[in-house]
Every structure is written in structure tokens, then in C-alpha cells.
Ligand binder design. Structure first.
Ligand SMILES: *Cc1c(COP(=O)(O)O)cnc(C)c1O
Length: 398
């Protein structure tokens, strides 16, 4: 991981174009300011890089394979590679970021970790690295989500984390986020807050993107060996908050010949009122500490999103993605619940890989692009489908 200068990098004030910044209560200012002042020096110190890459290799299992999916390629008429983030320890890309942030927290002298979680995936990744480092871990989770995602609650508890129910509002992710923020305000000195995607106040979106950028760094090396070029024609990834997509796009941002395709969740359909297709439906506003694009009513109330995949069930996107959309650097597509489920089964049957339903949205988008047979497409397979077995069973269309 090296420091790169990109025209899509965050600026000194924490902005990507007009998106980003740090819209936070005054009480959080010292914490966020400390992070902003120190994060780059800490993460680019050689000793940190050695520790980070050592754990990514021996604990997470990196580099993840870049797998040529021949039957999927035949179906879509292009050379399609899968970046196998589903093979990471804990089953998804999220652990790349939690490993980075826990090492950072240690170097900031923090003793406790807090996190918020919706479906529990980020909570499990955080509880995992806290166990690894022997740090105390508190995960806030909406009471409704705790009931819906029982296995992940128990995973976190087995790993030694305390799961605290958020009992206000709709008792889901947004309320858990509010509780975690409140905890951080009340315990600023000893606690680090691990945010799970490229969202939140600056410097979180940039910091998380840098930790996840290992994905595209590996893609370049692996493509060079397999295709004799470091750059594909397309990189395709699903977007909830946008961390796996940011990691997959990162080292290609300044190469306009590489088309960056972000796939959002259209739920029951973009215009159904039950969707999470943020760029199709949203407009500018402030969500969780940064200016971005979010789904909102006329008078600015955040709209409840819907997606069959918990990881994409978010009413905004990170500010980098808002900028990629606004500047037209990125191509933003969406896939419905049904299209994603069909694509998940398609990948299972063609390649013997059951994807996370989040990742299945990216697979579904392959059918919406027009390829030449020589096109090299890298699809970021963000996670595995084990956690989604119940949803596949309930859907039943296989
Ligand atoms: C959480 C999650 C996502 C969505 O998060 P991003 O920050 O947009 O990457 C996508 N895929 C999987 C498997 C996840 O667990």
C-alpha cells in the first residue's frame, strides 16, 4: 500500500468534489480531529504496513484469488474474472478494514472498540479482530435486527463481544449508529469507533477506502500475470455504503479506459417505494456525518430503504461514490431483489460458487452491459452466501 495522488482523492478539507466533509456534533470534534491529524502518518509508517500486510496474508488469507470464470464468461461473451473476497476469513471483504482500524486504534492508545451493525456482518468482523487483539468490543445493533440476525448475534457473543440493543426509533441500523455515536461522545479518550464502510465524517471514507484498496492493488498484479496487462476494461462491484467497490476501483480511478461499474439494490423495483437505489432516487444531503447523495422525502427526511440483502439496505452511498456518479466517472446500475437471487443461483450453477446476495447484485448487472468478446471484466465477489442460506431458502426459486 503506498500513498497515491489521484484526482479522485479526498482533498485537505475532506471533500470529493462537493461531497464529503465532517458534519458532526461539537462533542465529537476532538476525536475526529485527532484521527484526521494522525491517520496517514500512522498507516503509512513501515512498521504499520508490515503488521497490516502480515495479518492480511496469514490471518485473512490474502491475496485472494483472481479466478477466471470460464462458464460465466461464455454466457456473457467477455473474459470475466472473479476477485474472490468471499474467501477472506469471516466470509467477506469487511475484515480488510477492521484489521486496519484495530491496528490504528492500538497506535492511538485506545483500549475499547465500538461499532454499529445492521445485519451483523460488520459486527462479526469487528468482534473477530477484537478477539485477535484482546481488545474490549461493544457492538450496537437495532433490537429488530438482533431478532432477524440471531446467528450473527451469537457469533459476536462467542467471539467475546458485548452486543447492545438499540431500542429507539425503528430499532435498526440508523438507530444503532446513533447509539454508537452517543457512546463515543461519552467515552472519547479510551474508545475507537470502527465504521464499516466508506461513509461517515472525514477521514473515515478515505481511511476505509485505503484499507480496502488492497483489493485493486492485487487485481493489477494478478491481471498482469494472467492477461499481460494491469488494467481491465470493466470493474464491477455492488454498492451499499461502497467499501468493496471503493477498494476494487481505487487503483483504477485515474485510468479512464477502465469503466467502473457500481451496482445498487433496486429492491422491488426502482419506483416501487421499496428500494435502495440511492443514485437513481436520491439527492444531495447530509447523512451520518458527510455530504452525499441520499434517499429523502421532499422535506429532507431519510427514506427507509429496502433490499433483500442486508448489506445493501442503506439509504445513502459514501461521498467518493457520490462524486463518481456526479462526475460521470462511474457507471451506476441497479438490480432488483429478484434479479439478484436469479444471478446468485446462476453463479452457483455455472461456477460452483454460492455468492452473498449483495455480490449477486453485481453478477446480475453483467446482463445489463454490452461486452466485446475481448473485454476483460473483473467482478468483485464481495462475500460468500453461507450467511444468506435462509434467504435463498425462503425465496425458493432454484
Ligand atoms: C456489507 C457488505 C456489502 C456492502 O458494503 P459495502 O461497504 O458497500 O461494500 C457488500 N457485500 C458483502 C458481502 C457485505 O457483507
Amino acid at each position: 500500500m503506498e500513498q497515491t495522488i489521484s484526482k479522485y482523492a479526498v482533498d485537505e478539507q475532506g471533500y470529493y468534489g462537493k461531497f464529503g466533509g465532517a458534519f458532526i456534533p461539537e462533542m465529537l470534534y476532538p476525536n475526529v480531529e485527532e484521527l484526521k491529524e494522525k491517520y496517514l502518518d500512522i498507516i503509512y509508517a513501515p512498521e504499520f504496513q508490515e503488521a497490516f500486510h502480515g495479518l492480511l496474508k496469514d490471518y485473512v488469507g490474502r491475496p485472494t484469488p483472481l479466478y477466471f470464470a470460464s462458464r460465466l464468461s461464455e454466457k456473457h461473451g467477455a473474459k470475466i474474472y472473479l476477485k474472490r473476497e468471499d474467501l477472506c476469513h469471516t466470509g467477506a471483504h469487511k475484515v480488510n478494514n477492521t484489521v486496519g482500524q484495530i491496528l490504528l486504534a492500538q497506535r492511538l492508545g485506545k483500549k475499547k472498540i465500538i461499532a454499529e451493525t445492521g445485519a451483523g456482518q460488520h459486527g462479526v468482523a469487528t468482534a473477530t479482530v477484537c478477539a485477535l487483539m484482546g481488545m474490549e468490543c461493544i457492538v450496537y445493533m437495532g433490537e429488530v435486527d438482533m431478532a432477524r440476525q440471531r446467528p450473527n448475534v451469537e457469533r459476536m457473543r462467542i467471539l467475546g463481544a458485548e452486543v447492545r440493543p438499540a431500542k429507539s426509533g425503528s430499532r435498526t441500523l440508523k438507530d444503532a449508529t446513533n447509539e454508537a455515536m452517543r457512546h463515543w461522545i461519552n467515552n472519547p479518550n479510551e474508545t475507537h469507533y470502527i465504521i464499516g464502510s466508506v461513509v461517515g465524517p472525514h477521514p473515515y471514507p478515505d481511511m476505509v477506502a485505503r484499507f480496502q484498496s488492497v483489493i485493486s492493488a492485487e487485481m493489477r498484479e494478478q491481471l498482469l500475470l494472467k492477461e499481460g496487462t494491469e488494467t481491465p476494461d470493466y470493474v464491477v462491484a455492488c454498492v451499499g455504503g461502497g467499501s468493496n467497490a471503493a477498494g476494487a476501483f481505487y487503483h483504477f480511478l485515474d485510468e479512464p479506459k477502465v469503466q467502473l461499474v457500481a451496482v445498487e439494490a433496486a429492491g422491488h423495483g426502482v419506483d416501487s417505494g421499496k428500494s435502495a437505489a440511492t443514485t437513481a432516487l436520491g439527492r444531495d444531503g447530509v447523512l451520518h456525518g458527510s455530504r452525499t447523495i441520499l434517499m429523502q422525502t421532499e422535506d429532507g427526511q431519510v427514506v427507509e430503504p429496502h433490499s433483500i440483502s442486508a448489506g445493501l439496505d442503506y439509504p445513502g452511498i459514501g461521498p467518493l461514490h457520490a462524486h463518481l456518479f456526479d462526475s460521470k466517472r462511474g457507471i451506476f446500475l441497479n438490480a432488483t431483489d429478484e434479479e439478484a437471487m436469479v444471478a446468485g443461483v446462476e453463479l452457483s450453477r455455472l461456477e460452483g460458487i454460492i455468492p452473498a446476495i449483495e455480490s449477486a447484485h453485481a453478477i446480475a448487472a453483467l446482463g445489463k452491459l454490452t461486452f466485446k468478446p475481448s473485454d476483460i471484466v473483473v467482478l468483485n465477489l464481495s462475500g460468500r452466501g453461507d450467511k444468506d442460506l435462509e434467504t435463498y431458502i425462503k425465496w425458493g426459486g432454484y
